[in-house]
Ligand binder design. Structure first.
Ligand code: ADP
Ligand code: TRP
Length: 356
């Protein structure tokens, strides 16, 4: 490979990872194992990482300002308590970065309406209205819900993001962002880098009743519970009526599935042996409770400490927003110049990196 090619390769290696999370509730063990822990592991592989609280996306459903603020601070505190380093990862609140909303408008002007008609969330709403026999299929659809994917495209494209880690349900949104970026580049010149979704092969964490742990099923274990409340919830995990002395299978055991996420390898081995020889569910629950309680003891202390000082969380988010805006400013100078004429920012550090 020529030196030139090597240099080009290095320049095209993914370097910016960005993801957003909606502050619609407090986080639970499923969010931790499915999103927070794997997200933190990814961060170190990238030169730039950005994580933001998508509060204006949440506004499509959370319309109580106190609740929105509470969830926003709680989500930021949870990530930091679990190990996110705000010096390494730029963490910010979406609504603190006005460039996102300016870009969203520009992008909406090159977005065919038909592209949004095909977005899953909007289609699901239409189908729901149809199933309920409503004449107005757009019943309950706000412009926020309809243009949600354009705002998400702006979130991503503003920072020349290479990689967007998301769950399966969000892949379509990242593809829409790519389509919009391509459309923009065709009209106004190659300015916007094309992002790629990174789907975490997500194992589904079971909840108290064995279904996927989810707030909407009410079967979740919230993070950072006091030990007593945590113990009480763990004791509620569904088990069958096999007697203690009967050998048990570690497969299809909610207790074991959860235990192996939090226990050390030797402990997992020991419990596997106990299952084979017969063990009482009460005893397994006690072990699971202890493993979860121990795993979160430090982060829980840190979370509650932070939540007791909301001004500190606000300051971290503000600092993150200032850093994010520093990246966004030269980019928006170029977007404005591209769409309305005028000078570009020639010293802008970021730029499109071709059609990856
Ligand atoms: P909920 O289903 O409780 O409303 P969200 O949809 O807000 O959770 O999920 C936020 C993040 O947590 C997503 O990345 C999602 O994939 C992950 N997540 C949520 N529940 C689970 C689970 N039971 N197992 C694995 N990951 C989960
Ligand atoms: N739509 C995402 C969700 O519901 C949240 C989100 C908003 C997002 N903007 C983003 C995720 C940008 C990744 C990148 O989970």
């Amino acid at each position: 490979m020529s030196e030139q090619n090597k240099a080009a390769n290095k320049a095209t290696a993914p370097e910016t990872i960005l993801t957003g999370i909606k502050p619609t509730d407090h986080v639970h063990v499923g969010n931790y194992l499915g999103a927070i822990r794997p997200g933190l592991e990814l961060v170190s592989q990238f030169r730039h990482s950005l994580l933001f609280i998508a509060d204006y996306h949440a506004l499509t459903t959370v319309q109580d300002p106190k609740e929105l603020r509470d969830y926003t601070l709680s989500l930021a505190a949870a990530w930091i308590a679990c190990g996110l380093d705000p010096k390494q990862t730029i963490i910010y609140r979406q609504s603190d970065v006005p460039e996102i909303f300016e870009l969203a408008w520009v992008l909406s002007c090159v977005t065919p309406k038909g592209l949004l008609n095909r977005a899953h969330a909007y289609k699901a709403k239409l189908q729901e209205n149809e199933a309920e026999g409503r004449e107005d299929l757009d019943y309950g659809v706000s412009m926020g819900l309809f243009s949600y994917p354009v705002l998400m495209a702006a979130d991503i494209l503003l920072f020349n993001t290479d990689v967007v880690p998301v769950g399966e349900d969000q892949v379509q949104h990242v593809e829409i962002a790519r389509d919009i970026a391509q459309k923009f580049n065709r009209i106004f010149g190659e300015l916007i880098r094309l992002p790629k979704a990174l789907v975490k092969t997500e194992k589904v964490v079971p909840g108290l009743d064995g279904r996927k742990m989810s707030k909407s099923y009410g079967n979740h274990i919230p993070l950072f519970l006091e030990s007593k409340a945590l113990r009480k919830l763990v004791m509620k995990i569904k088990t069958d009526s096999t007697p203690p002395e009967a050998p048990k299978n570690t497969k299809d055991s909610i207790l074991f599935d959860l235990y192996k996420e939090f226990a050390a390898p030797a402990e997992i081995e020991a419990l596997t042996a106990r299952y084979a020889n017969g063990v009482g569910w009460g005893e397994v629950k006690e072990l699971l409770f202890q493993a979860i309680d121990r795993h979160f003891s430090e982060s829980s202390r840190r979370y509650h400490e932070l939540m007791g000082r909301p001004a500190e969380i606000e300051a971290i988010l503000r600092d993150g927003a200032a850093r994010a805006r520093k990246l966004a400013t030269p980019f928006m100078v170029n977007v404005r110049a591209a769409v309305r004429g005028g000078d570009r920012d020639t010293i802008a550090a970021h730029g499109a990196r071709g059609k990856s």
